[in-house]
Write a new protein. Structure first.
Lengths: 376, 529
């Protein structure tokens, strides 16, 4: 049976993929570069992110219901295509490993203090393995079940902390640090919208290319809105200094929740918003990685690589990141370059090459027809 | 060799058919009455419940005849009044041979003018003879004819239609299915007087010859599902079907899942409602529990009473069931996770009192919880099997000895008793017993996850559970619909039940053709009057 997901499920996966990981880092990054205009930074990032989505949509047009891997291979030929697919897969692998590591790190630092990081990472990788073996259809449906809770908790947290909001924290609005406001958008785009490129590896699973394009746009817009609201709440409540200071500002936001002095310290809800989103992000990366490898090795069975990949993800997560500080300096700086190369320059190349190839094909076709006519 | 071997491909087991039946299965009846009777007795091993009554037709040149029946399976009144009485009386005064010179004509005469029962089958070989005899028919054999009659005068002792013992309701019909399939079919027919209610019957079980009937409403049902049900039923190869559970296990989509993928109910109104939604009912002779497919996860949260009460009450109760589902599943594991890993989430005053209670308890929370949950499961299981006379003893033992005394003795904390009781009560709220069983089973893995990874473990567990639920299908329909895939049109009857005039369409995935159910308008009485 061919598995297909519908437009709604794809939209939800786009939201999950954009919010995953980023929801917990973005307020901090935005505030550290954009200062009190951090929330504007996120809005700018969202707007430019939508432009990037336009680029990806153009690639979906080129795909014509084929997978991105076939498109790369067709456009660049066998050998160059092979190399590019390996690079692309490498980027996805890096991404997936980083996400697995960040859950493990966060959980062992904030929630389960005594539990070794590796145990948490292993549990997540096993769960992702189960999900990937069930297939994209099941992942899509599961995301559909969890999205209302995720959005509800996100909204709840934002509303519940608003009693501590201080308007002075965001003043003066867009008067100082104007350059920083724009520059700050770059790393944010790097860990949100540029990572949507991975999703192009599964757009051929969406029942209609049109709904894939719509899903990408709508999902990008909604998640941008959520990120802006949360950053806004963080800066309003915590202030710029504290937001920058915390590694996980939204978690600190959750710690402030107190309902009737009874329900306190329910920041764990925040942790789970983030956990669910990042889990689906890992699943998508994992799935696309598997699809890519299957394409490279021309395998028919979709599940051959799932267990080896699970092990690779687990060991990658345990050895690739030396420590938390290292990871954050990587995310807020060099990572943008990596994303930019793989998720912007590469797609632009694919798009241009694909368009050019089609033009050439058309021209030669016309040419031969003309020559035929001429000779006839 | 009389033995007939059938080698099955899969496990290479041999099925041996028993000697006396197989060799005579397709043997035709002979002309001689005595030989036929002897053969029947021999085939049935001279069983003591096989009875026969010999008589003569006509007075002057009598023709011998006999009826054979199984004691207890026939209605003697019918046999006497509508079989024996007309035959014997009509021909008694006459010279049978003069009135009807040929035995063959006599046979036709009896068929056309004497026997007055509705069900009458001609039989010509021992195979059909035995089938009818064992089903409770009365066999009439006449000397000189190599054919006979099977007269349908069944009258085995049956339970009448009584109140359902499971799935009780406050408001709603109080009749339940019985063990007789014909009565059950009639109970559905009585409710749906539509010529499109179609039934198809099959016989399964090489030894039990159990009648299995599928019922559906033509024009509403998805024909693909009917075909699927039939093809799955056809693949069954089993010696006995004693309950619909046998059928369920052989045709369900997924065996290794804690969740039921078929509904069973002993309520005719519930089955009729399912048929009207476009589902297929599978009735099995010998059990009051009728199966209904395809089943969705949601169906196990719905009681038929939801549709008999007003929509606001039903919505509230249905929402309560969803809450109870999570309570029954997660209360013990959440307690373990909070007390072991996340003490900061418990308000200080509560934490102090919890800590004070747990002070003298020798076990960690997870051992305490497992201990109490297992004890409770034992108590519950014992409560079901106990003779009703000692039923009250179990509640004394359970409530007083194991609850109060265990707390006093300092083995478990009082909070733990509350947690276990809450879990137990919550798991009784589901209208369907099989969903309650799944929750009972799943509670334990969740407790272990909570003990190892705290709330994170519980969330991982929920994630895996949802993944599993989303992967299930029941006869091609995604189990989690209308939540995943989300169908906005079907939300009117999901977590909440909308007022009846809003329930315009049938569930979309189950029947894809005839979805419009009604077109009632919102009742708007003229207020001026």
């Amino acid at each position: 049976m061919i598995e297909k997901i519908d437009g709604r499920q794809f939209t939800i996966l786009v939201i999950m993929n954009t919010l995953g990981a980023s929801i917990i880092f973005i307020p901090s990054i935005a505030a550290s570069i954009g200062k009190e205009n951090g929330w504007l930074t996120v809005i700018i990032a969202t707007l430019s992110g939508l432009l990037i989505i336009l680029l990806y949509n153009a690639i979906i047009n080129q795909q014509m219901e084929k997978s991105i891997f076939s498109l790369i291979e067709e456009t660049f030929g066998k050998w160059l295509g092979f190399m590019l697919i390996i690079f692309f897969n490498g980027y996805i692998y890096l991404n997936a490993v980083a996400n697995v590591w960040s859950i493990g790190d966060f959980m062992s630092l904030q929630i389960l203090m005594g539990t070794p990081e590796e145990a948490i990472e292993l549990l997540i990788v096993i769960t992702a393995l189960i999900a990937v073996r069930y297939g994209m259809e099941v992942i899509g449906r599961t995301a559909e079940v969890f999205i209302p809770f995720t959005l509800f908790f996100a909204l709840l947290v934002t509303i519940l902390v608003m009693k501590d909001a201080n308007i002075e924290n965001i003043q003066p609005v867009f008067q100082l640090n104007r350059i920083g406001t724009f520059v700050g958008a770059l790393p944010i785009i790097g860990i949100t919208y540029l990572e949507l490129f991975i999703l192009l590896g599964m757009t051929h699973k969406v029942n209609r290319p049109k709904s894939a394009k719509r899903g990408l746009m709508l999902g990008g817009f909604i998640s941008g809105g959520i990120l802006s609201i949360i950053t806004f709440a963080c800066i309003m409540v915590l202030g710029v200094k504290a937001t920058t200071h915390y590694t996980y500002p939204i978690y600190a936001l959750g710690q402030r929740i107190s309902i009737m002095d009874f329900f306190e310290r329910i920041e764990i809800l925040v942790a789970f918003i983030w956990f669910f989103t990042i889990f689906f992000k890992i699943c998508i990366s994992y799935y696309v990685l598997e699809t890519g490898l299957n394409h490279l090795f021309k395998l028919k069975d979709n599940k051959t690589f799932s267990i080896p990949l699970a092990l690779l993800l687990f060991f990658g997560a345990t050895i690739m990141v030396p420590n938390t500080f290292n990871a954050y300096s990587f995310i807020s700086g060099p990572y943008f370059v990596v994303s930019f190369v793989f998720a912007f320059i590469l797609p632009v190349c694919i798009l241009l090459a694909s368009i050019a190839r089609k033009k050439v094909k058309k021209m030669t076709k016309n040419g031969t027809e003309q020559s035929k006519n001429g000779s006839g | 060799m009389a033995m007939k071997h059938r080698i099955r491909k899969k496990n290479n087991t041999k099925r041996i058919e028993i000697d006396n039946i197989s060799s005579h299965f397709d043997v035709n009846l002979s002309n001689e009455l005595e030989a036929n009777k002897k053969e029947v007795f021999r085939l049935l091993g001279n069983s003591s419940d096989v009875e026969t009554r010999a008589f003569q037709l006509g007075k002057i040149h009598p023709v011998n005849a006999a009826i054979i029946f199984l004691e207890g399976l026939i209605d003697k009144e019918i046999v006497q009044n509508y079989l024996l009485n007309p035959i014997i009386n009509d021909l008694r005064g006459t010279n049978a041979n003069e009135k009807i010179p040929d035995v063959q004509q006599l046979y036709q005469y009896i068929k056309n003018f004497n026997i007055t029962t509705a069900e009458l089958t001609e039989i010509s070989n021992f195979k059909t003879l035995l089938q009818h005899l064992l089903a409770g028919d009365t066999i009439l054999l006449i000397d000189g004819v190599n054919k006979g009659f099977a007269v349908g005068a069944r009258g085995a002792k049956e339970r009448g239609v009584e109140e359902p013992t499971t799935q009780r309701v406050v408001r709603g019909p109080k009749d339940a299915f019985t063990e007789t399939i014909s009565v059950n079919i009639a109970l559905i027919r009585k409710r749906i007087k539509d010529p499109n209610l179609w039934l198809e019957s099959f016989v399964y079980g090489t030894k039990t010859q159990t009648k299995v009937t599928i019922a559906y409403i033509h024009g509403i049902v998805n024909p693909g599902v009917v075909e699927e049900v039939k093809s799955r039923l056809d693949k069954m190869d089993i010696d006995a079907i004693l309950e619909s559970g046998y059928v369920e296990e052989l045709i369900q989509d997924e065996t290794y899942t804690p969740f039921p993928t078929m509904i069973n109910s002993e309520r005719p109104d519930a089955i009729s409602a399912g048929l009207l939604e476009g589902k297929v009912a599978i009735l099995v002779d010998g059990t009051p529990f009728v199966l209904l497919v395809p089943a969705l996860f949601l169906d196990f949260f719905q009681s038929n009473e939801d549709y008999y009460q007003r929509s606001d009450i039903s919505s509230l109760i249905r929402a309560l069931r969803f809450i109870a589902f999570f309570l029954a599943l997660l209360t013990p594991s959440t307690y373990i996770a909070l007390t072991t890993f996340h003490q900061e989430m418990i308000p200080t005053t509560l934490l102090i009192s919890l800590a004070a209670q747990r002070e003298g308890i020798p076990f960690p929370a997870v051992v305490e919880a497992l201990l109490m949950e297992v004890t409770f499961e034992i108590l519950r299981e014992a409560g079901i099997r106990l003779p009703s006379a000692v039923g009250s003893a179990i509640s004394i033992v359970g409530a007083l000895v194991l609850g109060q005394a265990a707390v006093d003795a300092g083995i478990v904390s009082a909070t733990m008793v509350i947690v276990v009781s809450l879990t137990a009560i919550s798991s009784f709220i589901f209208p369907s017993y099989n969903l309650a069983i799944s929750v009972r089973m799943l509670r334990f893995p969740f407790m272990i996850m909570a003990a190892t990874f705290g709330l994170f473990g519980i969330f991982i567990g929920l994630l895996i559970l949802t993944l599993h639920l989303s992967s299930l299908r029941s006869f091609g329909i995604p189990y989690m619909s209308p939540f995943a895939p989300f169908i906005s049109n079907d939300q009117k009857d999901a977590v909440f039940r909308a007022p009846r005039w809003k329930l315009r369409t049938r569930p979309r995935l189950i029947n894809q053709r005839n979805t419009i159910r009604e077109d009632s308008q919102r009742p708007m009485p003229d207020k001026k009057g």
